[in-house]
Design a protein around this ligand. Sequence first.
Ligand SMILES: Cc1ncc(COP(=O)(O)O)c(C=O)c1O
Length: 270
Amino acid sequence: MLAHVFQALFQHSTPLLFPDITYSFYPVYCGLYGIGYTTIPLANDFTLRVADYRRPNGGIIFANPNAPTGCLLSLADIEWLLTHNRDSAVVVDEAYIDFGGDTAIALVDRYPNLLVTQTLSKSRSLAGLRVGLAVGHPELIEALERIKNSFNSYPLDRLAIAGAVAAFADRDHFEYTRRAVIASREQLRTALGEFGFEVLPSAANFVFARHPRRDAAELAAALRQYGVIVRHFHQPRIEQFLRITVGNPEQNAALLAVLGEVLESRRWRD
Ligand SMILES: Cc1ncc(COP(=O)(O)O)c(C=O)c1O
């Protein structure tokens, strides 16, 4: 669905705007569809400054909460962005919104330039189903439908649709799992803080953390030797950070035990 969004809404002579640190697929789709883009640096605390997006553009896309930082943009800021970019399609990618943010779907009725996208891969735990959805003004949806039907009229099979419908019907399971992830995330944040990590406030199902005295790439490599995989990005501005997935309490405990050993090992001691 995101691929269709890029093809349907972003092919213009002025560049698409998105943050310098965000979901890595945005530049990939731009390359695939020949869309020019400009990246806008996040602030030093990795928050998105909406005022920086007040410039000519052929569309705006950002993830809220952002990946891999987990930082959340408020609905008031999103509304500011929409009012100052009325001639552009503004796409809010809410892949992780259920882990701590308010959805921008409430703004769709008032802003015909807003498209909100979500996926069943994260908070619904159905990544293998391959179902995503978009909510927006009928004209934006019509543009998406046209691209979809030119690609394949039936990209979702009946089993996937049945699974998606069942997932939305089961509110209790959804609430239970999403609250469990949020509680587990906050425990992980606190525990990492006790190990000396700086942990960015996260509204997602991962945390983004850096240790003031430990090299992130070496830490990731050391953890991997114990079978614990965290994500390190060889990318300017974030090369000292690790993105750590929030596990269940047992998985978090396993991570923290290994981390304790790694940080205490002779090689690392101050
Ligand atoms: C910000 C963001 N948007 C969208 C997606 C797409 O997820 P999927 O293709 O599994 O629906 C991801 C997955 O990692 C993501 O991080």
